[in-house]
Structures are given as C-alpha cells and as structure tokens.
Design a protein around this ligand. Structure first.
Ligand SMILES: *Cc1c(COP(=O)(O)O)cnc(C)c1O
Length: 336
C-alpha cells in the first residue's frame, strides 16, 4: 500500500512539472453548452431512451460496415455476450493475445472457458496468426483477433485458421476504428467484433462498448442475451455525467495535469476505502460491490454523447491520420 502511494506521489510530481501535458483522454471540449444541456436532458428524462440508443447503434454499425450492432456499458460486456451466444463455456478454450486489456481475459473466465494466451506479432502489436496456429487444440471454440493502436492485425490468416478448426473469430477493435487491411475495414472479417468507447479509446462515451456482426443469426443470439440486460443504475449514470463534465472542462492539453491530479485523488481515495482492491479492480468491483450488472446495456445519456462523437468521427479520424503521418515522417530517417 505504502509503495503504491509513493509511486503515485512520484507520478504526481512528474505530472505537475510537465506542462502542457497530454494523456489518453480526449475530453468533449468541442461540445457547446446547448449540446451539454441535451445530454443532461436525456439523463434526466429518458423518455426517448430506446430511440436514442437504437439511433446510436444504427449509426455506429454504419461506420463499421454493412452489419448490425448493439451498445453495451463496456467492450468486455459485448465480448462476454458474444461468447455466451456462441455457446462458449466450461471445458472450452479461447485464444487471447497476451498483450491485451485484463478485462478481455476476465470476460472469457466469466463464461467458464479458459483463456489461452499467445504472443503478439511484433509488426502489428496485435494477434499473431503463427502463434495462434500453435495454440489451437480440440477445445478451441473462439479466437480473438486484436487490432492494437489502430493497426489491423493479419486478420485474413486468422479467418483461415478459425475456419480450419471450426472456431469463431472475434475481432477486438477496442483500440481501432475505421482502419482497413487489404481493403476490408476492421470488424468485418470475424464472425463478430467488439469495440470500446471507454474514455481512453478513439471515440469517448466515458464508458461503453459495442457489439457488431454481419451474421443475422449471431445478432439475434446476442440480442437475446442483451435485451434482458439492465442498463447502468441511475446513481452510476449521475457519476458518469459528472465525469463527462469534468473531462469536458479539464481533459485538454493546458489543464491535463490538473485533470490527472483529480483522477489520482479519486483513485487514492478509492484504494484507501477498499484495501481489497487489485489491479483488476475495474472489472471485479462489480462482483464485490454489486454496483451494476454485467453485462449491462449502454445508458441513453451515453448514447447521446456517442451520437456527438459519431458526428465528429470523420474529422477526428482524419486528424489522427495526419498526426500519424507526422510521427512517421519524424521516425523515418532515424534508427527507429
Ligand atoms: C480497452 C480495451 C478493452 C476493453 O474495453 P472496455 O470498454 O474497457 O471493457 C478490450 N480490449 C482492448 C485491446 C482494449 O484496449
């Protein structure tokens, strides 16, 4: 505990000494007051909740491809519902990249199946088909093909491996939207894909996830899992709205140090009040506190934020592309 706090304090001094400072979270500083009021209206009187979520689902799916999708309160929950719909459970194995988010392995464990880790491809940082080929056993029911940092993995080879052993291929697009490989956009090679709109991801609805598929049968099976799932409780939605307001004000380069400081304070308080917390706290807080359901559907208020993010996505994708080109130009001609 003490070393953890010392480490955090060191982090803090570093943060305050470096300005402007920028990190993972791009707040919603671009939203007008009227748009924020619109989000608040959806939070306070969710009369059109189902319509708002359905519109978000239709528009998000259209960004990915010709398939359909369903919005969840986290990417992990979309993966979990997909695995369940595919009948994955005890006695089965799911191949997972070793360099992933811990909640991916947790989603597999929640179904009763065993995650089998494979090393990543050093050229893409995503799933390595050569490593997957060696990890397939008669128990393999699903392969997760992860696209890391906007870079598509060798997903065509994964498709062939999955077909060869009768497993499903699920694309992890949590960090990658709109990228293409061999002319195919991520999310359209697997039997299904999941995205995350957590605040650290390309599109930010504070928390959120998205299930996508072009397979009508699988869509119906996942819908059957999710249509009975509750959304997040009202108190949790109020907290998320507060986080949205905080990020809109502070999660920008000039004030990012202050934003980090506030987030650090929150995390220290949480840890002090709950010493049983582990590095998987994000995921297991649900079991320990019963704070919300797993899987849960995306609240309409967050879907409303998501609609603003979708409006902005074409320009944001172009901005990211331009930044990438600048980084590449700087990296070429160096030993990197
Ligand atoms: C963030 C992330 C996830 C999980 O998404 P949540 O919305 O946090 O559940 C899964 N996979 C990868 C690669 C991620 O970066």
């Amino acid at each position: 505990m003490l070393t953890a706090i010392t480490r955090k304090l060191k982090e803090l001094t570093r943060m305050l000494g470096t300005r402007p400072y920028y990190g993972f979270v791009t707040g919603h500083g671009y939203l007008t007051e009227a748009q924020v009021t619109e989000v608040r209206r959806v939070l306070e009187s969710p009369t059109q909740a189902a319509e708002t979520v359905a519109e978000y689902e239709r528009r998000f799916a259209a960004v990915v491809g010709e398939g359909r999708g369903l919005a969840t309160a986290g990417g992990r929950m979309a993966l979990f519902a997909t695995l369940r719909a595919l009948g994955v459970g005890a006695g089965h194995e799911v191949i997972v990249p070793a360099f992933t988010c811990s909640v991916v392995a947790s989603a597999v464990l929640r179904t009763g199946a065993t995650p089998v880790f494979t090393n990543v491809d050093p050229a893409t940082f995503g799933t390595d088909p050569d490593a997957v080929a060696k990890a397939i056993t008669p128990k393999t029911r699903a392969i997760i093909g992860q696209h890391s940092f906007g870079i598509p993995c060798r997903v065509g080879e994964l498709r062939a491996l999955a077909d060869g052993c009768g497993a499903a291929l699920i694309e992890d697009c949590a960090l990658t939207v709109s990228s293409t490989r061999d002319g195919v956009a991520v999310g359209n090679t697997g039997d299904a894909a999941f995205f995350s709109t957590d605040h650290s991801k390309p599109m930010n609805t504070v928390v959120g996830g998205f299930f996508y598929t072009r397979d009508a049968g699988l869509y119906d099976a996942v819908a059957a899992q999710l249509n009975n799932a509750p959304t997040l409780p009202e108190a949790q939605q109020q907290r998320l709205f507060g986080q949205f307001l905080l990020e809109r004000r502070l999660a920008r380069p000039a004030s990012y140090g202050l934003y980090q400081l506030i987030m650090l304070g929150k995390s220290v308080l949480r840890r002090l009040s709950d010493p049983g917390m582990t590095f998987l706290d994000d995921d297991y807080v649900v079991e320990r506190t019963g704070a919300y359901a797993y899987p849960a559907r995306l609240p309409a208020m967050l879907a409303r934020i998501g609609l603003f993010e979708l409006d902005r996505w074409p320009a944001e994708a172009a901005r990211r592309e331009a930044l990438l080109q600048r980084y590449l130009a700087a990296a070429y001609g160096t030993p990197l």
